[in-house]
Ligand binder design. Structure first.
Ligand code: XBP
Ligand code: MG
Length: 253
């Protein structure tokens, strides 16, 4: 079975959006709504175990603000999250979050090599569009055959639904693709959909378990800034390119 497609997670994988994007946006939204909820980075590290911004707010209230009540809590959370998303998009449009090392290079190389590209994320499609447009230009939206986002499925990661959705839309067998993820929730979702996964960790996920990963790297690397293999086969390669992916695929898929 040949390698035909690369499927990318967004938050923490394409870009480190959590600290300088989502966390800032959550806190700016809470402050705009005169709520005394201020999430520290340490607290957010814990809250990131809950995927999906609305579910994350709901979990926070249950665990840390049980006294908070509202006549229509779900509605209130949805409105708060909509404001957070608006603020997040503003931050992204101001260039608050660049792509991670090697991402733009690999996307362009993969596209030029005829590999099909897709996205499978928990965040909203509006957030994905803002990031791609701001970092790669509007035309880059067309590089991705499918943008599977939190809006597309009811069960978010670690459920495999978003990866099943993307594979189905692409009419693709999981054996023909590699998933790129950053977190335990993410690799669990990809593995549920029978995909092999390459992990690039970040500050929030570097201590998580990635037993099912083909390889765990600190990032995708660049010629002048090689990656570090944190777990998996040692390699002469210094950065993830199509040749490296084909070799990895041949070994594991
Ligand atoms: C990470 C998530 C998202 C973001 C916040 O998504 O769990 O919920 O933290 O975005 P990914 P929203 O699958 O890309 O790693 O507030 O839009 O949910
Ligand atoms: Mg992620």
């Amino acid at each position: 079975m040949p390698l035909k497609a690369l499927i990318f997670d967004v938050d923490g994988t394409l870009a480190n959006t959590e600290r300088d994007g989502h966390l800032r946006a959550f806190n700016l939204a809470f402050s705009a709504l005169k709520l005394d909820w201020a999430w520290s980075n340490d607290l957010y590290h814990k809250l990131l175990n809950i995927t999906g911004g609305q579910l994350r707010i709901k979990y926070y209230l249950q665990e840390y603000k049980p006294e908070f009540c509202h006549r229509d809590l779900d509605d209130f959370i949805a409105e708060t999250h909509a404001l957070k998303t608006k603020i997040y998009m503003g931050l992204i449009n101001q260039g608050a979050v660049p792509l991670r090392s090697g991402v733009a290079r690999l996307l362009r190389e993969a596209k030029a090599a005829g590999l099909r590209l897709a996205i499978a994320t928990t965040t909203t499609s509006k957030n994905v569009d803002a990031l791609i447009i701001n970092t790669l230009g509007r035309e880059a939206l067309d590089w991705f055959e499918v943008i599977g986002s939190g809006d597309c499925v009811s069960n978010l990661k670690p459920a495999g639904d978003i990866y099943h959705y993307v594979l189905e839309k692409m009419n693709l067998a999981p054996q023909n693709a590699i998933a790129f993820e950053d977190s335990y929730n993410g690799i669990t979702a990809a593995t549920q959909a029978h995909l092999k996964t390459l992990i690039t960790v970040n500050e929030y996920t570097k201590t998580q378990a990635f037993d099912d990963a083909m390889v765990v790297l600190d990032d995708l690397g660049e010629m002048d800034k090689p990656f570090t293999v944190l777990r998996g086969a040692a390699t002469e390669a210094k950065y993830v390119n199509v040749d490296y992916l084909r070799a990895l695929y041949a070994k594991y898929c």
